[in-house]
Design a protein around this ligand. Sequence first.
Ligand code: KG4
Ligand code: ZN
Length: 339
Amino acid sequence: MRILGIETSCDETGVAIYDESQGLLANQLYSQVKLHSDYGGVVPELASRDHIRKTVPLIQAALAQSGLQAAEIDGVAYTAGPGLVGMLMVGATVGRALAYAWQVPAIAVHHMEGHLLAPMLEKHPPAFPFVALLVSGGHTQLIAVTGIGEYQLLGESIDDAAGEAFDKTAKLLGLDYPGGPMLSRLAQHGMAGRYKFPRPMTSQPGLSFSFSGLKTFAANTIRASADDPQTRADVARAFEEAVVETLMIKCQRALKLTGFERLVIAGGVSANQTLRTSFSNMMRKHGGEVFYARPEFCTDNGAMIAYAGMLRLQGGTPADLVVSVRSRWPLEALPALSI
Ligand code: KG4
Ligand code: ZN
């Protein structure tokens, strides 16, 4: 079985082809970073228009890269939510139209299920059960995963997502959008221990997160300090350490609560090198194992959508014959698959 996957939920147009036995046959990505950088964030209308321009050429490029003909594709998967409707509609409309023209099933994929399953594209995939930490620009969630579609939400952010906190703090530090990776680069030059940021919601029990206070703490720290490059790097380092340590404390709690020994970290922030090193050390001590996707599959991409779409098609849940997308879509609403 070969699935074409289309991702247009945010600021990357991603298209990939996944083959059940051969793995990934094509992967194409177009980033809109330049388009939005003048505005300091994603402008939805510009994003939608750019997805319209890029989706079909990327599909053609993916077919060329794989050496396949359209007739060799067995299904078309597209991100159907959660996200902004204008952007989702581009991938959904193109995906559904192609599936109809090619007479194959169309599969509406949940973006966060795509992220959650992305580490399964790697050579050493995680086995069930595991705790998943999803850390993207829009979500911070801890989920107990016992199978495909068997997702129990253990806790989530009550305000900003981890990636959002990275981006907002980066903006305060004068960095361009998207600030997460740039803040991380700046943090490498920071001095450890000059500033100590809080670890929000760790002194009380539970698995909820709150990251909006860290951005305020960063703003106050910057205001109270001399405005020089070293200070900015020190703030970046203290902020990054606070986010990573807070995530680690909550993950340890979730592992203890569930009794699971495997942890999967997915979503854009899981590309962060400090996070990966810290979690790998923690899990080595803890006696468990941590799994990530390769960095380019942590952030948005078509490969994870093609892969999740293939599993959903194998499990027998293709989308109805309508183009519908969802701005809000709880992961727990997905049906479980017996594969
Ligand atoms: O998963 P993703 O590509 O898109 C969403 O589904 O939201 O995540 C994007 C988020 C952005 O907030 C971006 O700043 C953050 O992931 N991000 C990072 C890094 N790479 C991406 N944050 C920290 N360090 C990174 N290396
Ligand atoms: Zn994403």
